[in-house]
Design a protein around this ligand. Structure first.
Ligand code: NAD
Length: 493
C-alpha cells in the first residue's frame, strides 16, 4: 500500500505481511529518482522481526496454497495479468522514477510480465508426475512433483518489474509460497507493486509477502531466510559478488539456491552477416536500459571485412538515441542508477584509453546520464575487455577479427556464461558454432538480450544456475517417489 502524505507530496510504502500492509509509522528510508536525486518515496525499514513474521505467514499459507485446485489458481494468475495491463501507465512512470527505465524498456517488461502470468496460469493442469516400471514383481512406482514450501526471493533494482514477477510467480505457480526482499534502490517496482497487484487479484493471505529494508540491512534479512527451516529455497537475482556471500551462507545452512547472475555476453558477427540487421541487433542488445541488464552485449567481435562499416553504422545509430528523463516517451537512454555506476564506467573507459584504446563515441557523463559509448582497439588487458568482470552500463567494446575460430575462443575466455549472439546468413554455420558456446543462452541472428516469457533464461558458470519459464519446475519442485507393493517381498534375511 502507498500513502501519499499531501503536505510533503511523499509516498510512504509499508511491508506486506500475511495479507496486510503493516508498519505505517515505523522507521523509513528514502528512495531516490536516479536522474535528479529527488525523493520518490519513503519505504519501511524492516529487519529480522519483519522477515520472521513474513516467513511464518508464508509457512502457514503453504499447505492450502499447495493443494488449491488448478482452476482456482489459474483464475488468480489470469486476473493478475489483467491488472498489470490495466496499470500500464502508472507502472511506466514508476519504473522511470525508481530505476531510470525508458518507456521502451518498461513496456517490454510489462508485456513479458503479463505473458508470463498467463502462461503460468495453466501450469497447474500439466501432468503432475510419471508412473515408472519396477523390477520387483507386484510393485508400482509413482513419481510426483511436489512444491518445496516457502521460497524466499531477492530481487535486483534493474529490470525490476519483470524480474520480481519471475521471483514471485515461478515458485507460486508450482505451489510454493513466497517472501520477497526487493532491492532497497527500487522497493516498489522490485516487489511492493506486485503485492498490490496480487492482493487486488485475490491471492490468499500469506501466499506472498514483501519486506523492505534500508541500505545496509539486507544481510540481517538474509540471515533469517537461511536460518528458517520453513524456507526451502533461496531464489536470488543479482550480482555474482552478492551471490558469493549468500552462497557461502547457503552452504552452511544446506539450503537450495537459484542464482540468476550477471554476464559478459559476446556477439560474433561473421563475414556473411547482414550488416544492417547486425547494427540494429547490437544497438538494442548493448544499450537497452543504458546497458544495465544482465544480458546486454558487452563485446562485439566483427569480421574485419565488415568492421569499419559496422562501427560507423552503429555509431550513427546510437548517436541518434535520445538521452534524458525517461518520463519523456522519446527518451531511450535514461540515467544510470547511482553515482557508483557512473564512476564504474568512467574508470573503465579511462583505463581503456590509458592503454591505447580508441573512443569512437560517448565517454563523457552529464550527471547520471551517460551516453552510449563505443571503444575500439582495446587492449585485451583493459578491465572492460577481459571478460572477467561485468561493466554494468552503456559501454561496448568492438574488436575486429580475421580468424573466426580465434574470435570464438577469445569470446569464451570469461567466467560468465549467460547469453551470446552469432550473426550470420549461413544457418548451418551458425548452428555449428552455437553448439560450442559455453552459455545458458545462444541466439543466432538476434541480440543477446532477446527474452520471451516462455523461454528458459539462465546461465552457466559464474552466471548462476536455474531457468525461467516452465523449466523452473526443476528449481521449485521436488521429485517424490512413492511405491506400492501388492505381493510379499523377497528379502535376503
Ligand atoms: P546486487 O547483488 O547488488 O543486489 C541484488 C539483491 O541482493 C538486492 O535485493 C540486494 O538488496 C541484495 N543484497 C545485496 N547485498 C547483500 C548482502 N550482503 N546480503 C544479502 N542481500 C544482499 O545486484 P543489483 O545491483 O541489484 O543488480 C544488478 C546485478 O544483477 C547485475 O550483476 C546483473 O547482471 C544481475 N542480474 C542478473 C539477472 C539474471 O537474470 N541473470 C537479471 C537481472 C540482474
Amino acid at each position: 500500500m502507498t500513502l501519499s502524505v499531501a503536505a510533503e507530496r511523499t509516498t510512504i510504502t509499508t511491508h506486506f505481511i500475511d495479507g496486510r500492509w503493516t508498519d505505517v509509522g515505523g522507521p523509513t528510508f528514502p528512495v531516490f529518482n536516479p536522474l535528479d536525486g529527488e525523493i520518490v518515496s519513503e519505504s519501511a525499514a524492516g529487519g529480522a522481526i519483519e522477515a520472521k513474521a513474513a516467513v511464518a505467514a508464508a509457512a502457514a499459507a503453504f499447505p492450502a496454497w499447495a493443494n488449491l485446485a488448478p482452476g482456482a489458481r489459474q483464475m488468480l494468475f489470469l486476473k493478475a495479468a489483467d491488472i498489470v495491463e490495466r496499470r500500464t501507465e502508472e507502472l511506466v512512470e514508476l519504473m522511470a522514477v525508481e530505476g531510470g527505465a525508458s518507456r521502451a524498456f518498461s513496456a517490454f517488461q510489462i508485456r513479458l510480465s503479463a505473458a508470463m502470468l498467463r502462461q503460468a496460469a495453466g501450469w497447474g493442469y500439466l501432468p503432475a508426475g510419471d508412473i515408472l516400471r519396477s523390477d520387483v514383481p507386484g510393485r508400482t512406482a509413482t513419481v510426483t512433483r511436489k512444491p518445496l514450501g516457502v521460497v524466499a526471493g531477492f530481487t535486483p533494482w534493474n529490470g525490476a518489474f519483470y524480474l520480481a514477477w519471475r521471483t514471485f510467480l515461478l515458485p507460486m505457480a508450482f505451489g510454493n509460497t513466497t517472501v520477497i526482499k526487493p532491492s532497497e534502490l527500487a522497493p516498489r517496482s522490485a516487489g511492493l507493486v506486485h503485492a498490490e497487484i496480487l492482493e487486488e487479484a485475490g491471492f490468499p493471505a500469506g501466499t506472498f509477502n514483501v519486506i523492505t529494508h534500508a541500505p545496509g540491512a539486507a544481510a540481517e534479512i538474509a540471515e533469517v531466510f537461511f536460518e528458517s527451516p520453513a524456507v526451502r529455497c533461496i531464489n536470488f537475482t543479482g550480482s555474482d559478488k552478492t551471490a558469493r556471500i549468500l552462497g557461502a551462507q547457503a552452504g552452511r545452512a544446506l539450503k537450495r539456491m537459484v542464482l540468476e547472475l550477471g554476464g559478459f555476453n559476446p556477439v560474433i558477427i561473421l563475414d556473411d552477416a547482414d550488416l544492417e540487421e547486425s547494427i540494429r541487433a547490437v544497438t538494442f542488445g548493448a544499450f537497452l536500459h543504458q546497458g544495465q541488464v544482465c544480458m546486454n552485449s558487452r563485446k562485439v567481435y566483427v569480421h574485419s571485412s565488415l568492421h569499419d562499416d559496422f562501427v560507423s553504422g552503429l555509431t550513427a545509430r546510437v548517436e541518434g538515441l535520445k538521452i534524458g528523463d525517461p518520463r519523456d516517451p522519446g527518451v531511450i537512454i535514461g540515467p544510470l542508477i547511482d553515482d557508483r555506476a557512473v564512476e564504474q564506467i568512467q574508470v573503465r573507459v579511462q583505463d581503456a584509453l590509458d592503454r591505447g584504446a580508441t573512443l569512437v563515441t560517448g565517454g563523457r557523463a552529464n550527471g547520471r546520464l551517460y551516453p552510449p559509448t563505443i571503444l575500439t582497439h582495446v587492449p585485451a588487458d583493459a578491465i572492460c575487455a577481459t571478460g572477467a568482470d561485468e561493466t554494468f552500463g552503456p559501454l561496448l567494446v568492438i574488436e575486429a577479427f580475421d580468424d573466426a575460430e580465434a574470435a570464438f575462443r577469445a569470446s569464451q575466455n570469461t567466467p560468465f556464461g549467460l547469453s551470446a549472439s552469432i550473426m550470420t546468413r549461413d544457418r548451418a554455420r551458425g548452428l555449428d558454432l552455437a553448439a560450442r558456446f559455453d552459455t545458458g543462452i545462444i541466439h543466432i541472428n538476434a541480440p543477446t538480450m532477446a527474452s520471451e516469457a516462455a523461454l528458459p533464461v539462465g546461465g552457466v558458470k559464474d552466471s548462476g544456475w536455474g531457468r525461467s519459464g516452465y523449466y523452473a519446475i526443476e528449481d521449485f519442485t521436488e521429485v517424490r517417489l512413492t511405491t506400492l507393493s501388492s505381493e510379499p517381498g523377497r528379502y535376503p534375511f
